[in-house]
Write a protein that binds this ligand. Structure first.
Ligand code: MG
Ligand code: MG
Length: 268
């Protein structure tokens, strides 16, 4: 069942998502060769709690009875999503790291992800990041009242496949609100004109997960980290949006991160 949000609820969700944005920027500032993903996790956890929110991912259940052990997901290189923060995973020059963050603030959820470059990243990998981010905004561009979820899916899929990239099938975007995952599902592949109609008050997370090679993935022994089958890198960008007065309203933000990237000469 889809829960359409009131204006007041959308404002609460904006606050939760702005905190996610600030957390991602805080983590991004610390991303550098030599730091472990466990250190990034501690930083995010503290930042979220200092701002009166709860890191939603911590303790999130999976079907295998292993609650997620981190407050953010840290997915490095060939890890697509749900990377578990670890003292043993230390970033090095040329890596990429997708940091996915969720917060619960005042009863409402925020959810956003950004793939950061560590030092100097190879141009073919930068192209993967650029395309995935473009696909996110192309998907968002389709999120207007009267369109359908399939219009978003189609825009993401065609943009990425045109470059020969893989579109992950097993994980999808989602409705969001009081729960982190609500209806409807928002796949990154699909057909124009299909799926649920987009209406005012709809709040969804759009999150292309795009691979350099095959779109096939597998789960690691930790029952969380999802790897590409061919060990080639993957990118993940996510915004939470609301449909407001017929148009899209992006509730999360990459603004602070993009300033940071410009300072580091990492603009995509
Ligand atoms: Mg997310
Ligand atoms: Mg999400």
């Amino acid at each position: 069942m889809i829960f359409l949000k009131t204006e007041d609820e959308i404002e609460r969700m904006r606050a939760a998502n702005q905190l996610v944005a600030a957390t991602l920027a805080e983590v991004g500032r610390a991303v550098a060769p030599g730091i472990s993903t466990a250190q990034l996790n501690r930083l995010a956890d503290e930042f979220i709690r200092d701002h009166g929110a709860i890191p939603t991912f911590l303790g999130f259940p999976n079907p295998y009875g292993s609650p997620f052990p981190g407050s953010i997901c840290t997915s490095v290189n060939e890890v697509v999503v749900h990377g578990v923060p670890s003292e043993d995973v230390v970033l090095k020059d040329g890596d990429i790291i997708s940091v996915d963050c969720g917060t619960l603030l005042d009863g409402y959820n925020g959810d956003s992800c950004y793939t950061f470059q560590v030092g100097e990243v190879a141009e073919d990998v930068r192209q993967l990041l650029r395309t995935t981010k473009e696909a996110l905004y192309l998907g968002i561009g389709q999120a207007v009242a009267g369109h359908r979820i399939g219009d978003i899916s189609y825009a993401v899929q065609t943009h990425c496949e045109a470059q020969g990239y893989g579109v992950v099938r097993e994980f999808v975007g989602h409705g969001i609100g009081r729960d982190m995952h609500e209806d409807p599902q928002v796949p990154n592949y699909g057909r124009r004109g299909q799926g649920k109609q987009i209406k005012n008050g709809l709040c969804i997370a759009i999150e292309p997960m795009i691979t350099m090679g095959t779109y096939e993935v597998y789960m690691s022994e930790d029952k969380w980290s999802i790897y590409t089958r061919d060990s080639r890198p993957a990118a993940h960008f996510e915004h939470t949006i609301a449909i407001h007065h017929g148009k899209v309203d992006i509730l999360s933000s990459f603004e602070e991160i993009e300033v940071l990237e410009a300072q580091r000469n990492q603009t995509l």
